[in-house]
Design a protein around this ligand. Structure first.
Ligand SMILES: Nc1ncnc2c1ncn2[C@@H]1O[C@H](COP(=O)(O)OP(=O)(O)OP(=O)(O)O)[C@@H](O)[C@H]1O
Length: 348
């Protein structure tokens, strides 16, 4: 081959290489630009950030903002430790849950937007999607997709007829598996990995199919992939916290596994971890169930609202809960293992 031909060959290859790199960068930019729309609103002095979502894209930000500003106490659907939750219905198909948080410290605010941008990237069928947020000088709003069936806590500990109608055994099993898959995604597939730190029945919401969606990352602290824990002051909810958390204040994925175990017991027994009857007898839901299991009487602990249930499957879920509630975090399974156990038992 002549030198000229080799030179031509190298030039063509180099040009093609550069063009392909430029094309890839262009496509990545387009994808990134589509991911979120940032709208500064002079109307209210805040910043509205909307993540990709069919419902949100079809509405003008000004109109959306006007609807948000029109929310009042009659639109409240719940409240928690971090703020009040409002219902915002756009039309028959789309509705949002708007969580209003009071403005935190300047230090918290700096991390706030970064954390929310990461949360906007989290997409999983068992996680409540964050559709956007609004940051203003005196308050912040988190815009979530509305979960039409509310929280597991409300149904499980609410009116008996509704509980019987909505929470039969197959639905409870589906919820247990959904939460396990959602948590497994947060712990192992998200980059950076996420420890939830406040798994409880009021943070498990139910979509129109009664599919479980893990919600409320208000307490979640994002970890770098190579870190196995984060250290903070003790947070979370009494009754769900792993014993080691009180001693060390270290949040770990195994702490979430413990809280998940408590939710499993709640699904099985229909009792709150802080049920008054336990406090009166100086015991706890976890201790009571462990004792019942030792006596091989777990069927007596099953929620009376369950008209019928497959005894073997229920027993199996008790054993999964028992593993999640091991006192030594090293003896607890990971959420991937829990999800696999529940999937395999269903297939068998
Ligand atoms: N996306 C949503 N769709 C439907 N209802 C929701 C949604 N988010 C929250 N809610 C309702 O609002 C209630 C309060 O939620 P919030 O997350 O503020 O507090 P919590 O989870 O009850 O307590 P805490 O703040 O201590 O975690 C929930 O129990 C639920 O009924």
């Amino acid at each position: 081959m002549s030198t000229k031909l080799i030179a031509l060959y190298i030039t063509v290859c180099s040009v093609l290489f550069i063009i392909s790199k430029m094309l890839i960068s262009f496509l990545c930019y387009k994808k990134w630009a589509r991911k979120k729309r940032i709208i500064e609103t002079s109307l209210t002095g805040g910043k509205l950030v909307i993540f990709r979502s069919a419902a949100m894209q079809s509405l003008s930000p000004k109109a959306f903002m006007r609807m948000i500003m029109g929310l009042s106490s009659k639109d409240i659907i719940g409240s928690g430790g971090y703020g009040t939750v409002y219902l915002l219905r756009l039309d028959e198909k789309s509705a949002f849950a708007i969580k209003k948080l009071s403005r935190g410290s300047a230090e918290m605010d700096r991390g706030f937007e970064r954390e929310l941008d990461t949360m906007g990237d989290i997409k999983h069928r068992n996680i409540v999607p964050l559709c956007g947020y609004y940051a203003a000088p005196h308050f912040n709003l988190l815009i979530y997709e509305l979960m039409p069936n509310g929280s597991l806590d409300t149904i499980l500990h609410g009116k008996e007829e509704k509980k019987q109608a909505l929470l039969d055994w197959p639905v409870r099993y589906k919820i247990a598996l959904g939460v396990a898959r959602g948590l497994s995604y947060l712990h192992h597939d998200c980059i950076p990995h996420v420890i939830h730190r406040d798994i409880k029945s009021s943070n498990i919401l139910l979509d129109h199919n009664m599919e479980a969606r893990v919600s409320d990352f208000g307490l979640a602290t994002l970890m770098k992939p190579n870190e196995s824990h984060v250290t903070t002051v003790v947070a979370g909810t009494f009754g769900y916290l792993a014993p080691e958390y009180f001693e060390t204040g270290r949040a770990t994925t195994k702490g979430d596994v413990y809280s998940y175990g408590v939710v499993l017991l709640e699904l099985l027994t229909g009792k709150r971890p802080t049920d008054e009857s336990f406090l009166e007898n100086g015991t706890r839901l976890v201790t009571w169930v462990k004792e019942t299991m030792e006596e091989k009487r777990e069927e007596h602990a099953v929620d009376g609202a369950l008209a019928s249930f497959p005894a073997e499957e229920v027993k199996f879920v008790f054993t999964v809960a028992e593993k999640c509630l091991e006192s030594d975090p090293r003896d607890r399974p990971t959420m991937v293992q829990v999800a696999k156990m529940l999937e395999q038992a269903k297939l068998a």
